[in-house]
Ligand binder design. Structure first.
Ligand SMILES: [Zn+2]
Length: 289
């Protein structure tokens, strides 16, 4: 079965703030391998082969004050994905509180070839709907993304990283975004877990342009977090959030998912078909198969 993992963090770790870095590295026994993958797309592609993962979304976003990532994270991911644009899908971002010319930055990202964006309210310390309350930079970001038919992933749910603002963990503000930018294709990451899965399920059913990824949820617990998964199977995307804290093994996650008591065609839709459709639609696969 083809696997697309839409939520993997290959990021410039050298930018991480010390406290964030400590949490990222804690308790892992595969750090040397991860450090190698961050430097070498070729090594990472071999790792993906070993895990039988066909394509990955590489999630990056600026969060200079909290995580340490600057806007050069966009250059990092665009450059990294050049190694195999068919298999490596770049997600970048624009920070509404740190970018004074969103139009210019968006033009720069598009020139870099980015078709997918990540918005992270708890790590960017800004509500997903701050544009309704005067944040014109955020409005420009969403407007341009919608015009350019880009795919936008929002972090959904809490974060345990030092300094994360969980007052922005709730996914309900994304309701505003879906109402005001009806043609913007949206993925809510992590299905809003652990506290906002019901809200996220509601949003998914209300808005045709909202999807979820199920990354960061232990697959064995997936049906506890999303009991009505079968009803939203055509809007649900596979992801692991590897190598975030607590996510150990890409392949084991897939095996645990395949063992769930859900129909085979549901599994196939979630593991690759839904992601393929969305990635095609936003042009992220247009130069490839
Ligand atoms: Zn993530």
């Amino acid at each position: 079965m083809t696997i697309i993992d839409i939520h993997v963090h290959i990021q410039p770790w050298e930018q991480l703030k010390p406290g964030v870095r400590d949490l990222m590295l804690a308790g892992r026994n595969d750090l040397a391998a991860i450090e190698e993958y961050l430097q070498s797309p070729k090594a990472f592609l071999e790792f993906l082969d070993a895990n039988e993962v066909e394509r990955v979304g590489l999630i990056n976003y600026p969060s200079p004050d909290l995580m340490g990532f600057t806007s050069t994270t966009n250059d990092f991911v665009a450059n990294y994905c050049k190694a195999d644009p068919r298999r490596l899908i770049a997600f970048g971002g624009v920070h509404p509180r740190f970018c004074d010319n969103v139009e210019a930055e968006m033009a720069r990202l598009l020139k870099l070839g980015l078709r997918c964006l990540k918005v992270h309210p708890p790590h960017q310390n800004i509500a997903a709907n701050a544009y309704r309350y005067g944040n014109t930079a955020q409005e420009a970001l969403y407007r341009r993304a919608e015009q350019e038919n880009m795919l936008v992933m929002f972090h959904g749910g809490t974060s345990i990283f030092p300094g994360a603002r969980n007052v922005f963990a709730d996914t309900m503000p994304i309701d505003d975004v879906a109402v005001d930018f009806p043609n913007l294709q949206i993925i809510i990451a992590h299905a809003g877990r652990p506290l906002h899965t019901e809200t996220t399920f509601f949003l998914l059913r209300r808005h045709k342009n909202i999807h979820i990824d199920i990354s960061g949820i232990p697959p064995k617990k997936l049906l506890e977090y999303v009991p009505r998964l079968a009803e939203i199977a055509n809007k649900t995307l596979w992801g692991t959030d590897w190598p975030s804290p607590g996510v150990r093994d890409m392949r084991r996650n897939v095996e645990d998912f395949l063992a769930l008591p859900i129909p085979q065609e549901t599994k196939a839709a979630i593991l690759s078909e839904n992601a393929l459709r969305l990635l095609h639609a936003c042009g992220a696969l247009s130069t490839s198969a």
